[in-house]
Design a protein around this ligand. Structure first.
Ligand SMILES: NC(=O)c1ccc[n+]([C@@H]2O[C@H](COP(=O)([O-])OP(=O)(O)OC[C@H]3O[C@@H](n4cnc5c(N)ncnc54)[C@H](O)[C@@H]3O)[C@@H](O)[C@H]2O)c1
Ligand SMILES: O=P(O)(O)OC[C@H](O)CO
Length: 328
């Protein structure tokens, strides 16, 4: 059996490597930080990004991307905004690339499968996205996730390759839907954290999840996503997960904003990623370009940019004209 490659030694790349290795598959994991490579190879732990999990000895870490490219498939798990640069350093090959980051590219407004296809025209592209906190997945807790590829047989084959007894991919052919759910829910998770931090109550949080889902659906459909994908694991499923737990970095960032701290303070000096902070301004621009109204995403963007205080943002949302719950 050929090994599987993983690009990205953060919490999620490491957790996915652990899942795959649990099926007696060798994993070649590319990490950026020499400390991460040394800790995985010498001590079978990623103490920087996923501490406290004893990793399989079948996981070997490297800083050599050409090594990883030998995998039967390659999981790409860098933060969204770094993906194009890292893929440019990966040699062209014909193995499938499975994209696991959640975001929309700044500047181009492209979804990550569009970015990857430009960078690797000969590789089949798939997307893996859903409600999956890395520490739970790495601990072997039951998890379901969407695996999307344009070709259904390819999606089924990749799902079979990475499925494990407690890790259950459901296949889809809707790449855009799988990606948009994951990207947009990060922004909405920040909003839900603000509700928590500002003490606005659980009614407000439920309203925000439902109205946020309406925004996700409007934007997704404008960008070619299927509504049933958005209502599935990678959309609504992940939205519910990240909007209700401080295990979410995006929700936690929102809690800090809701308590009146600045995004600059909350984001400086952190090694881990809160993708919603990078996605929010891109999403707002992309929604405007598509003629889609996204008042909650606008509010998150204004808070992150320090353009408005929490009270003003909440008032702006509450004083919007009353309207129909469902638009024709
Ligand atoms: N952590 C989770 O539970 C989880 C679950 C599903 C999806 N994701 C997604 O996976 C992606 C990676 O997140 P994570 O949680 O593994 O990261 P992390 O926060 O654990 O670690 C940060 C990662 O960013 C990398 N990085 C920093 N600067 C970089 C650069 N210039 N070029 C390339 N890489 C750079 C670091 O090497 C490290 O791998 C994100 O898009 C995230 O939304 C995370
Ligand atoms: O910690 P967060 O907010 O990046 O969420 C992690 C995953 O995306 C949850 O599915």
């Amino acid at each position: 059996m050929k090994p599987i490659g993983v690009i990205g030694g953060g919490a999620w790349g490491t957790a996915l490597a652990q899942v795959i290795a649990s099926g007696s598959r060798e994993v070649l994991l590319w990490a950026r930080e020499p400390e991460v490579i040394a800790a995985i190879n010498d001590h079978h732990e990623n103490s920087m990004f996923l501490p406290g999990i004893a990793l399989s000895p079948l996981i070997r870490a490297t800083n050599d991307l050409s090594w990883v490219a030998e995998g039967e498939a390659v999981l790409v798990v860098t933060p969204a905004q770094h993906m194009r640069v890292v893929l440019a350093d990966l040699s062209q090959h014909a193995q499938p690339l499975i994209l696991c980051a959640k975001g929309i590219e700044a500047g181009t407004h492209k979804l990550l499968h569009e970015v990857a296809q430009e960078a690797h025209p000969y590789s089949p592209i798939a997307v893996l996205s859903g409600p999956t906190f890395a520490h739970e997945v790495a601990a072997g807790l039951p998890t379901a996730i969407t695996l999307a590829a344009e070709d259904e047989d390819r999606a089924k084959a990749l799902a079979a390759l990475i499925a494990r007894p407690t890790f259950r991919p459901y296949v889809s052919t809707d790449l855009s839907g799988a990606e948009i759910g994951g990207a947009v829910k990060n922004v909405l998770a920040i909003a839900c954290g603000v509700v928590e931090g500002a003490g606005l109550g659980q009614n407000a949080r439920a309203a925000l999840i439902a109205r946020g889902f309406a925004e996700m659906t409007r934007f997704g459909m404008a960008r070619g996503a299927r509504p049933e994908t958005l209502a599935g694991l990678s959309g609504l499923g992940d939205l519910v997960l990240t909007c209700s737990s401080t295990s979410s970095r995006n929700f936690s960032l929102g809690v800090g904003l809701g308590q009146g701290r600045s995004a600059h303070d909350l984001l400086s000096d952190r090694r881990t990623v809160a993708e919603g902070a990078a996605t929010a301004p891109v999403l707002v621009e992309a929604a405007r370009a598509a003629g889609v109204e996204m008042p909650i995403a606008d509010a998150v963007c204004a808070l992150l940019a320090g353009e408005a205080a929490v009270g003003a943002v909440v008032e702006r949302l509450l004083t919007r004209p009353l309207g129909a719950e469902h638009r024709a």
